[in-house]
Each structure stands twice: as C-alpha cells, then as structure tokens.
Design a protein around this ligand. Structure first.
Ligand code: AMP
Ligand code: ZN
Length: 468
C-alpha cells in the first residue's frame, strides 16, 4: 500500500493515514439535511470527500463508506434551539416531512451524479434508526452520562475530561464555529450539554415522533451520526468527514457520546473541508445565498467544470466563488478535454513511463489530498514524450480519482470517432469543391455540418472545426 498523508483535525497535524485493520477503511460522512437543495458549498465538501474515498480505493484500500440522510432532529441552530429544519421546510412547501425528505434526497443524488460523486456504500435516513438511538441513549444512562430535564434527555459534558479535544476550544469561546445563533436552554446543567432525545419540547408542530423510555419524542441530530456509524461500521471508525462547520458542536458531540457509550476511543482520523464562500461570506442554506448545480447548468456550465474548480484548490483553504474564477476553470477544463481528445491511441504502452507518472500522481495527491498537484502531473504528462497509448492509459487511470470525465466511455469514444471521420470526410470534399470553384457544393457542406453543430474555420493552414 502506498503511503498517504492526511491532515487530522484531532491531532492538528498531517499524519500518515493508517487504518485499524490492514487494507480496510471504515469511513463515515455526515450527509445532507434534506430540507432544501444542496448548494455548491455543501457539494464542495462532498466532492472532496468523494476524491478522498476514490483515492483510498485507488491506492488499494477496501473502503466501506456510510452516509446518513438527516431527515429529523437538526434544529435551526446546531446548539439544539430553534425549529426543526425539516418541519420548517415542510411548512414552507406545503408537504409532509417525509415528502420533503424524499424530494430533496432525490435532488441531492441527482446533483451528485452530475458531479460524478459516487453514492456511498450505505445511505441511511435518520428516521430508519430510532431503535439504535434509543439503545445508545440507554447505554449513556447506564454509564452515567445522560440525564433528563424539562422532559428532554441531555448528555452531561461535565463528566468528560477532554470535551474540546477536536476543536481545541475552551468553554469561553464556545460560540466560535457554531452555525447560526445559540440561545440558552435553562434545562441544561452546563451550557455545552446537548440534547439526545426531545420529548416535551416547544415544537408542537413536530410531525414525526416515536415512543421511547423517556416519552414520545424524537432524536437529537448528533446522536444520529454516532448510532448510524456504529450500526454499519462497528465500534471503531477510521475516518470521519464533514465540512469545518461540523467540527463544533456536531463532531465534538459525536465524539463525546460515542466514547462515553463505548468506553474507548472511537474515530482515529477526522477530515474537514473548508468552506466555499461568496463575497458575503459562507454559502449557507439558512442564509439563502445559495447557488445550486441546476443554476450552474442553466447558465451553461457543465457541472464537471465546478468539480474542476474545486479540485484546483486545496480542501483546507477557504475557497471564494466568483463567476470569473468559474469561467477560468471552464476554459481550463475545455482546453484540457480538447487536448486529450486530440491524442491518438497509438504506439505501445510504455510501462516504465506509466509507472513513473502514476507514482508521481500518488505522491502528490497522497500529500494531504493535494488535488491541484495531481492535476499538475496530468498536465505534465500531456507535454511528455510518450506514446498516445501510454498517455491515454494514464489519463484514464488518474480519472478514477479525479472523475472529471476526461475520457468518454468506449461507446462514446467510438461514436465520436465515427463523427470525426464523417466531419473530416466532408471537410476534405469541401476543399475539393472549392478547388474546383464549386461554391454551391462548398456552401452546402458548410450548412450540413452547421446543422450538426459543427463550426468551420478556414485559414491559410487549412480548415479547423469545433463542435457546440
Ligand atoms: P447540511 O446539509 O447543512 O447538514 O450540510 C451538509 C454538508 O455541507 C456538511 O458536511 C457541512 O459541513 C457542509 N457545508 C455546509 N456549508 C458549506 C460551505 N459553504 N462550504 C463547504 N461545505 C459546507
Ligand atoms: Zn453527522
């Protein structure tokens, strides 16, 4: 297995990634809260997590990746106050919560498909695991970490020695990193305590409620991810992912309750993607300043241009979105695709060169998932002295990680070969017609090609063509 170095939010250093079991990785991703379309900020996180998963597979790991779908319990503040986002969304759209969840979950996976994001091995809606949350909360009571107050069940953070292990925060700067506002909840013994189970809450309109030993109610958001992860990946987790806003309180609380229930450390490596911002700051569903993949498509951008845009920068740096920078990525992406399309599949496969460039790609991407350095290796090989066959083999190989659609499927390639042959035959015929001063036939050919979306450009060197 090749070495892979990855920043770990828990240790705050770039560590060699070493899973617990040789050759196998258990990976958990916080899924979307399905009360609205995912914005391209959310999708930055999912694109980079997709690259991470694919890179692990590329270097030979057997990965099992699990993702939840948050369809209950995520309140408008991550600090457990405000309205349930799903209930508010259902009201807004005149749908039931489950209809709303289904609609936006489907929309999310459509977006993922357009961005070549692979669906995780297990996708689990939070509403499917009520029995698991109850069992985990019971364990927390048994171990002395849970208490009831004002009808809700809370986690007692004062019982922990190192609640802030992930964030490095202290109680004084609790607000740092919290999404939205934090109101005080008088039932809490300490202000960092969080809700495990809501019962007598102020949310009369809560549509989905379940029986529990503590009364009819619904789970808190944090307990969902711990329980779903344990259900599918067991007591130890190698890798947990999310955007940086998840570090506190969500992931901090996941660690607290998981380790309190299990009695041992839980997840060894934490991966967080920095935010996509626009000029007003962090793109956020609740702020409403959102851009979706559909909007990009309507404006004429191939969704993979956005994937390229994300891969051109490092996941640990905030990324500012502007239309100008997206246009730069568009131009780069189109140029790259054209250069690749022009490579003839000829010559022998030069194994030594293949291995040399592959090793460089692994070294670069394996240095804290440096995708832009990975792209540099791709550009280098385009210029390198090697056979077309070797180049195409390397590009297809790197694209297993990059997923930029750099080489079409074989069927598509065959189709495009045929089309190229057809266009070039007509261009040659047009040149003959022009030589013979048969202008009518030359114009006819130009019109026939235009109908197929082909634009001709004549110059001293001959005729070139582009396809819309
Ligand atoms: P949500 O649907 O709000 O639960 O968020 C889904 C994922 O998107 C989480 O991993 C968040 O951390 C992440 N996320 C939210 N906003 C952004 C942003 N502006 N840029 C990058 N990731 C984000
Ligand atoms: Zn989560």
């Amino acid at each position: 297995m090749d070495k892979f170095y990855l920043y770990n939010t828990l240790t705050k250093t770039v560590d060699e990634f070493i899973p617990r079991e040789e050759g196998r990785v258990s990976m958990y991703t916080c899924g979307p809260t399905v009360y609205h379309f995912a914005h391209i900020g959310n999708l930055r996180s999912y694109i980079m997590e997709d690259v991470l998963e694919k890179f692990l597979r590329y270097i030979g790991y057997d990965v099992k990746r699990v993702m939840n779908i948050t369809d209950v319990g995520h309140l408008s503040s991550d600090g457990d106050t405000g309205e349930d986002k799903m209930v508010a969304g259902a009201k807004r759209e005149g749908k039931t919560v489950l209809e709303l969840a289904k609609f936006y979950e489907d929309a999310f996976f459509k977006d993922c498909e357009m961005l070549n994001i692979k669906t995780p091995d297990v996708v689990e809606p939070a509403t499917h695991c009520i029995a698991e949350y109850i069992a985990l909360i019971e364990k927390l009571f048994e171990n002395g970490y849970a208490y009831e107050a004002g009808g809700n069940v809370y986690f007692d953070t004062s019982k922990l020695g190192d609640y802030y292990a992930l964030t490095g925060h202290s109680a004084d700067d609790l607000r740092v990193g919290v999404r939205d506002d934090v109101d005080e909840d008088g039932n809490k013994r300490s202000k960092t305590d969080f809700v495990l189970w809501f019962t007598k809450s102020k949310f009369e309109s809560q549509e989905l409620k379940w029986e529990s030993p503590w009364g009819v109610g619904y789970p808190g958001w944090h307990i969902e991810c711990s329980a779903i992860s344990m259900k599918h990946l067991g007591e130890y987790l190698d890798l947990h992912c999310g955007g940086v806003d998840n570090i506190f309180p969500h992931h901090t609380n996941e660690i607290a309750q998981s380790e309190a229930a299990l009695g041992h450390s839980w997840c060894s490596h934490w991966f967080h993607v920095q935010h996509l911002n626009d000029r007003e700051g962090k793109m956020s569903k609740s702020k409403g300043n959102i851009l979706t993949v559909s909007v990009l498509k309507e404006k004429g951008y191939d969704p993979l241009v956005y994937r390229m845009f994300c891969l051109q920068s490092h996941y640990r740096k905030p990324l500012e979105f502007t239309w100008e920078t997206l246009d730069n990525s568009k131009a780069a992406y189109e140029r790259l695709k054209n250069r690749i399309a022009a490579i003839a599949d000829e010559g022998e496969l030069e194994q030594e060169k293949f291995d040399e460039y592959k090793a460089k790609f692994i070294e670069n991407v394996g240095n804290d998932l440096n995708t832009s350095l990975g792209l540099t290796v791709l550009y280098d090989l385009l210029k390198a002295d090697m056979s077309g066959k070797t180049k195409l083999a390397l590009i297809a190989d790197f694209d297993r990680v990059l997923s930029l659609g750099l080489i079409g499927s074989e069927e598509k390639a065959e189709e495009s070969d045929e089309f190229t042959e057809y266009v070039e035959k007509l261009i040659a015929e047009r040149a003959e017609a022009k030589k013979a001063k048969n202008w009518a036939r030359a114009d006819e050919i130009r019109a026939e090609l235009a109908e197929k979306g082909v634009t001709l450009k004549d110059s001293k060197e001959g005729t070139t063509w582009t396809k819309a």
